[in-house]
Design a protein around this ligand. Sequence first.
Ligand code: NAD
Ligand code: MG
Length: 397
Amino acid sequence: MSKQVAILGSTGSIGVNTLDVIRAHPDRFKVVALTAAKQVDLLAQQCAEFKPAIAVVADADRADRLSKLLLEKKINTQVLYGPEALVSAVTQSYCDTVMAAIVGAAGLVPALAAAKAGKRVLLANKEALVMSGDLFMQAMKTGGGELLPIDSEHNAIFQCLPNSFSRDSGSSLGVEELWLTASGGPFRNTPLDQLASITPEQACAHPNWVMGRKISVDSATMMNKGLEVIEAFWLFGLPLEKIKVLIHPQSVVHSMVRYRDGSVLAQLGQPDMRTPIAYGLAWPERIDAGVAPLSLTQLAALSFAEPELERFPCLSLAFAAAKVGGTAPTVLNAANEIAVAAFLDEGLPYLQIPVVVEKVLNTIPPVNADSIELILDIDLRARQAAQLVVRNILCKP
Ligand code: NAD
Ligand code: MG
């Protein structure tokens, strides 16, 4: 029987790549729900092609526009809007697989709902796990569904771990360390004195991957890798000191697992998200992802280095927040989202991104992250605090 797939964030980079894999396998996958915040035209096209039962947009105006477009196209998809509709879209009984690919904290509540409802959750939205790792992993356990990491590094590690692996079995299975690779982004070699004048366009021009704007900036600052260390901590249950980051500019080795006997297992491939997406959709089978085969002989070299923490203060901030635990990663994530949005849209200087994050981390004391209400409250407070810091830096009232 075909899998019934809901895609949260279908108009984004991960969403579009997911539909690309699904398009090639109509016998295996049926799209039952598509959601987007603002891109109504693209969502209408996707609905015309994949005919989901439900489509969700951010607000009533956009829902009206989408309904009109679908009427013209004679598509009878039900149109809903708002955060609660995202939850309905992923908890329908006929849906068994949810791609969680909304960017940022907005994706947390529907991803958590999918986890509780026992769906197979394909998790791209790393921010959800950073904000509420403990609750999210508990929700997966009580829901009884499967969690498949889509982030390429975590997908690589998942592929390099034994089938019998679980969060508490790492050391008994001989797993010593997880090595997350990072390209180092577009400014890996930029002289430090030139970082002050980096523009959003430069920051979004990633050397190897084509991604949404927020994660592209996170890759440039390496906050992305910091978030991924926290993501790996929750997914795989190893102590933080056993999760290492390696700069690997070619983005061919997507991550590695070092075992007690001296073996290091790696997953290699093109830097193309359709590989981890196809793996998550079809697991435990493997299907054609539409990705060109990797040719090792055409690669000049594969190199690895330690990250320079002076160049990437966001990475140090993430390590520190991970170590503190509790709600510190929630605050880190919220402050970073505000700082990155201000860099992209309001002229916040690039080098001020870590300054905003650090100030907010110092303002909001960490507490135990033991309920979703508390996490959402801390998230909101951290955003407000970050807005204030940004306004002060930009000298806006
Ligand atoms: P994107 O910006 O291209 O797309 C984001 C999607 O989320 C869009 O469909 C948008 O409509 C939706 N969205 C945004 N805000 C929303 C809101 N408030 N409510 C409802 N929907 C909203 O982002 P992306 O690059 O596809 O990344 C998505 C997630 O996957 C992120 O968490 C990112 O860290 C993660 N991820 C992405 C990549 C990649 O290659 N793009 C790789 C690894 C992990
Ligand atoms: Mg990644």
